[in-house]
Each structure stands twice: as C-alpha cells, then as structure tokens.
Design a protein around this ligand. Structure first.
Ligand code: C2O
Ligand code: CU
Length: 485
C-alpha cells in the first residue's frame, strides 16, 4: 500500500498536531492503491526549503486561542549582499521581519517596541482590524523612538497578509520594515507543502550601505524607486529544492516599495488558490505570477520533470509601458529532483475552494475617483480628483452601506491601488469583468478604468485609500476615507 506524508508545516500545538495526523490519515486513504509494494512518500526532497524558509516567531502565550509575539523595530547590521554589511531597518533583527503564523479565529497580540531613531507604526495590510489597530498615521499617533504600542485583534480571515511601517513608508519599507502574517485555514484538504515567500528589493551601494530613501528627490518618487538588489525572503538568489510531481503551495507577498513582480516559472504548472483576502472560489490556472506592491497570492506550484540547478529570473512588468521591457533579472536558484519510483499522483484539486457571494451595490452610492498627475512649482505631484492628499478633503462613507467605486487612471503609467480596512470586489477593469473575489490591492494600468463594490458593513473610523507605490503616497496619491457611524 502506498503511504503519503506531507511535511509538517504548522506550529506544534496539540490541535495542529492532530490536524496534521488527520491529514496524513486522509492522504493515506486517498492515495492507497492496495497493490502492495514498498510505501512511497509524496514528499519534497530533504532540506528543500532550508536555504529559503523564513524563521518563525515565538508564540509567547500558551493559550491556544491567542498568538502573542514581541516585535521590535531596530537598525541591525546584516549581510544582505555577500561580503558587505548593510544597516537594515529590521523587525526583530531579520530581513524580512519574522513570519507571524496563526490560524483563522485566533487572536493576535503584538507587543511592539520602537528602537529606531524615527517614529513609526505597524500597518496590518489586508487584515480586517478595528480602526485603532490599523497602524496608519491616521488611526494612531506614531510610536516615537523608545516608545511602545500593543496591537491586538482577531484574525477573522485565513489568507496571506503582511505587516509594514506606515510612517515615512517609502524609506522605512525600502530599508526593510516588512514581514508576512500567514493565517492558515481552520481545515481543508492538503494542497501542497506551504512555502511563505516575501518578494522585495533594496537600494544598496557597492559597500553594502543602504542608499538614502529619498534618492533622486521628487523625480525618484515620481518614477517609484526600484532597488538594485532583488530579494526573496530577504536573500539574494536563495536556493529552492523541489521534487517532480509533488506540489508546493507558495504564499507570496510583494513587499517592495515600487517594483512589480512578474515571474514565469519554466517547467512548473501554476494554479492560483488564493488572493489578497484568502481563497478564491475556484482554482485558476496561471501562465505567470503577477503581483503589484502590497498584493498577495497563494499558488500551487508543481514541477513536471527533474532539472539541474538553474536560475529562475524575474521579468520586467513594464509598468511604464515602454516600447521594450527591461531584461530579466536572477531571483532564485531551483533544482527539481526526479519523482520517486512508484510515487503516487498528488490528490486532484477540488473543483470549488470556497463560495463567495457577489456584493450587491445596487442603490448604494456611486463614487468616482480620478488618478492624475500635475506639477507644482516645477515638482511632480500626484493627485486624486485633481488634488494631492494634503489638499483633498476626506471622503465620507456611511456605515452599513455598500458603494460602487470607479477609479480612473489618467496617467501614463500604472498605479496599484489599496484600500485599508475593507475588502472590495472588482466588478471590471479595462472593460473586463471579474469573478467575485476579496481584494484590497489591485493594479490599475495606465489609462484604464476600474470598478469595484465595497461594503462598509462595520468598523467605522478613519481609513486610507492610496497607491501602493509608496513613493507615490509621498507625492500625494492618497485619500482619507472616513466611515461615519
Ligand atoms: Cu500596505 Cu496603506 O498600506
Ligand atoms: Cu502610483
């Protein structure tokens, strides 16, 4: 009889161990062929993710309903580029910050301390938090150097989330202040071995020192600063192992301040399982992984055949719509080992992953926002409805209403837009309709129009809507949104 064992990937609580055991039993049943012979495990090669895996953070609370972590922002000297040192702005001394992993329904408590020379906050991107926990500079007073703040909220959605600084964010995120928050499903069939992957970049001088966050001034902000050093889980060209026919489940976030992420994985079958707000309704085959800054994805990756160690490259997403894209750049190395003789086929993906009802925006307010650019005193300024954030009056929405937003990009390059506090459902973009899916960040290509429905069903307060090219926030592409009780 064939036996299948997936690599344990959950924290060692009793419930998690039990869930893992049940999963193994289930897979064993699913894959049992009853034809005799030696048991063959459906597993990744030994040490497949040793060189790339993110270190987890310690849960300081024994209560199974609570995950409590300590998070300290401080400048830490790290060897980002081989043979050099960089003074990284890091959470808990790591780049990226520690992987915070929890299960849906648990409570997260983050005891944050700021040991930076500058004020900061921690924004929980995509998490449906109460407004005072949002970590934007509109929802809390920035934590001063030497100060502390406790973030606490319930994790109501499973999915791939992330946390990052929301003060002077282009520079602070560019210098390393980001990490992943992965919220696991309560239950579900095993769809592959989880691999959290944080994509980012950094601007480093030859000696490893981090280039100034405001390099090239307003023009640098206008174009959006892309670092010269590509990072995957904070590492330059890390190595990943895989086995043919054994699915991996990548949880991806694009944490770079401006760079888009376009990754084709030659030899792999890619199936998207989730987006910003957790699972999507049906598995969706992909040609490439495309993520704008702030956006997330859960994707099942299965390699068909063995391959020698080779470099996988990142393609240029051409967000400026130039006649020719930039050449690809090395991102990580990959080696795929051959399937074991008699290795079972992985279980088929379920036809449906989740049911998602379409939001009904009929009768609700229709709001229209126009993204533009102009110049003031010879300096570029980015606007919403003709005004930069510092002049734009706050948008007001009524609690309990569902609105339809139309956002139009009149500029010549793309803007990935992000809404704090609420998921939206894209109705259409560039005239193409979307299936209902929970999103909080999406690219709005040059000269296109996006429509989405959003329900301000709960949690009044002061939220934000902005372009997630963080340099563009600095130039004014941000609106304050007050959801009034
Ligand atoms: Cu991920 Cu207002 O940001
Ligand atoms: Cu933008």
């Amino acid at each position: 009889m064939h036996r299948a064992v997936l690599r344990p990937d959950a924290p060692g609580t009793l419930r998690a161990r039990l869930a893992r055991f049940m999963r193994t039993v289930l897979l064993t049943l699913v894959l049992a062929t009853g034809c005799g012979g030696a048991p063959v495990a459906l597993e990744q090669p030994a040490g497949w993710d040793d060189a790339i895996a993110l270190p987890p953070v310690t849960d300081e609370d024994p209560d199974p309903n609570v995950v409590q972590v300590s998070l300290e922002a401080r400048i830490t000297s790290l060897e980002v580029k081989a043979g050099t040192r960089s003074d990284v702005w890091a959470y808990n001394g790591g780049l990226p910050g520690p992987l915070i992993r929890a299960r849906v329904g648990q409570r997260l408590v983050v005891r944050f301390t700021n040991s930076l020379p500058e004020a900061t906050t921690v924004h929980w991107h995509g998490v449906r938090v109460p407004n005072p926990m949002d970590g934007s500079e509109l929802s809390q007073a920035p934590v001063p150097p030497g100060g502390a703040f406790e973030y606490r909220f319930e994790l109501r959605d499973a999915g791939t989330f992330w946390y990052h600084s929301h003060v002077n964010s282009s520079a602070q995120v560019g210098h390393g202040l980001y990490g992943m928050l992965l919220v696991d499903e309560a239950k579900g069939p095993p769809l592959g071995d989880a691999l959290p992957l944080v994509f980012s970049d950094m601007s480093l001088a030859a000696d490893g020192s981090i280039l100034p966050g405001d390099q090239d001034g307003a023009l640098g902000s206008y174009f959006g600063r892309e670092g010269n050093t590509l990072l995957l889980n904070g590492r330059v060209l890390p190595h990943l192992g895989a086995r043919a026919g054994v699915p991996q489940r990548w949880h991806l976030v694009n944490a770079s301040r401006s760079r888009f992420f376009l990754l084709r994985v030659p030899g792999a079958t890619l199936v998207r399982l989730g987006g910003d707000g957790g699972r999507i309704a049906k598995p969706e085959p992909l040609d490439a992984i495309f993520l704008v800054p702030g956006e997330r994805m859960e994707v099942q990756v299965t390699f068909a055949a063995a391959s020698e160690k080779h470099v996988v490259q990142l393609d240029d997403a051409n967000r400026f719509h130039l006649p020719a894209p930039q050449p690809p750049e090395p991102l990580f190395t990959l080696e795929v080992q051959a399937a074991k003789p008699g290795q079972p086929k992985p279980p088929a993906l379920p036809a449906a992953l989740r049911s998602i009802d379409a939001l009904d925006a009929g009768g609700g307010l229709a709001r229209s926002l126009v993204l533009g650019d102009t110049s003031v005193a010879g300096k570029p300024v980015l606007t919403i409805n003709g005004q930069p954030s510092w002049e734009l009056p706050p948008l007001h929405a009524r609690l309990g209403t569902t609105e339809t937003w139309t956002v139009e990009n009149t500029t010549d390059f793309d803007h990935p837009v992000h809404l704090h506090g609420y998921f939206f459902q894209v109705l259409d973009r560039g005239g193409v309709a979307f299936a209902p899916e929970w999103k909080d960040t999406i690219n709005l290509p040059a000269k296109q129009r996006l429509r989405f429905a959003v329900s301000f069903d709960e949690r009044p307060g002061t939220w934000m809507f902005h372009c997630h090219i963080l340099d563009h926030v600095e130039l004014g592409m941000m609106a304050m949104l007050m959801v009034d009780p």
